[in-house]
Design a protein around this ligand. Structure first.
Ligand code: 5RP
Length: 218
């Protein structure tokens, strides 16, 4: 079984968490893409979706799934998305696909966050995967200097502009013992839009694709 098979299995298992007649929150990335493909098979029993990126919106529409503006939606009962790392408390690093800010917004609105991932994403301590931080372009150097003060080594993600018109700094060398504290500290830096730390709004459920099937953690 390949890692992609495990991602697909986890994503397909998330369909069981989708209530009838709801607007589903949909994340970004290869695992979220598997979820979108599975969602297409049951599109007749949902109202539609809100998407955390232009890429996911396009994939949803290509399947004939209506995509709503988040501002036009009263409730998002469930949000399904992948992660770059997830710990035992279901805190995550996200943003490998540069969609972290919209992911955090949809996750904040959603009543339940279901993380879908292959087993390589599970870690004891977050930080081996460089932490993405979305930054207003004119603040890039200032934010980078502040991130160094917090113990990180920020690297500008060359050639990437987010769906919101901003840039990404990937912060290497962090060993994140207290994710919620660091999330707050980074979000306080002027010029930061948001960080890819999802600790204050963690996942509620993790569906982890493994060689022996999909394991559920809460
Ligand atoms: C995008 C994300 C993704 O969820 C994360 O990068 C995982 O991606 P994949 O499912 O391709 O492994 O946060 O911004």
């Amino acid at each position: 079984m390949t890692l992609d098979d495990m991602k697909r299995a986890a994503a397909r298992a998330a369909i069981a968490f989708v209530p009838d007649n709801c607007v589903v929150g949909v994340g970004t990335g290869s695992t979220a893409n598997h979820f979108i493909d599975a969602l297409a098979e049951i599109k007749g029993r949902i109202e539609g979706a809100v998407a955390s990126s232009e890429g996911s919106a396009a994939r949803l529409k290509s399947h004939g799934i209506p995509v709503f503006d988040l501002n036009a939606v009263d409730r998002v009962p469930v949000y399904i998305d992948g992660a770059d790392e997830i710990n035992h408390y279901l805190h995550m690093i996200k943003g490998g696909g540069a969609a972290l800010t919209r992911e955090k917004i949809v996750a904040a609105v959603a009543e339940q966050f279901i993380c879908v991932a292959d087993h390589t994403k599970r870690v004891d301590i977050l930080g081996t995967f460089p932490l993405p931080v979305e930054v207003i372009p004119m603040a890039r150097s200032h934010v980078a200097r502040e991130l160094v003060k917090l113990g990180g080594r920020p690297v500008y993600r060359e050639g990437v502009v987010t769906d919101n018109g901003n840039v990404i700094l990937d912060v290497h060398g962090l060993r994140i013992a207290e994710p919620a504290t660091l999330e707050g500290e980074i979000n306080q830096i002027v010029g930061v839009v948001t960080s890819g730390l999802f600790a204050r709004r963690r996942a509620d459920v993790l569906l982890l694709g493994t060689e022996s099937g999909v394991e559920t953690f809460r």
